[in-house]
Design a protein around this ligand. Sequence first.
Ligand code: XMP
Length: 176
Amino acid sequence: MYKLSSKPLISKAELSERVNSLAAEIAAAGEFDILLGILTGSFVFVADLVRAMPKANEKGMRVKFFKASSYGDSTESGTLTVSGMENLDLTGKRVLLVDDILDTGNTLYRLVPMLKERGAAVVKTCVLLDKPSRREAPIEADFVGFKIENKFVVGYGLDYADDYRTLPEIMTMEEV
Ligand code: XMP
């Protein structure tokens, strides 16, 4: 059994400030043709990130999403299911793959080669949160918002069994 923490791990103001600085880091690293968000957890982060990247959008950076899920109704990792990638034309494209959190790394580790197989010229990865202590796969993200401890986090798009996605800050789930 888990319950929501009483205090945020990352406040609205901290999220906003870091998303803006992350957008500047990404812009300084070059242009991307497509930002690919992984549903569902990244939807809030992507919405804020693209609005902090006005130059990229002026230049016509596309924003697309596909679904990848490795979690059921628990905090333990499960099988990866991918859908919506079949319609993506990535031939010769510079792709920025965006996820909410890099945890074991198994999801991004499997997705990056799939995008390259679909013809992407460059695939860079961006995550809002990174839990390095949980890593199983040999992968690091190119752009990281916050490194966090090994706590299950919710809010700002992240869920626990589909709850709490709409919380505006990052909260933790605590075992009771
Ligand atoms: P892996 O372990 O493959 O995990 O790097 C990536 C996906 O797992 C989900 N995930 C979480 N979701 N709170 C969440 O709401 C967490 O603390 C958490 N840790 C991993 C997430 O969907 C991510 O895309």
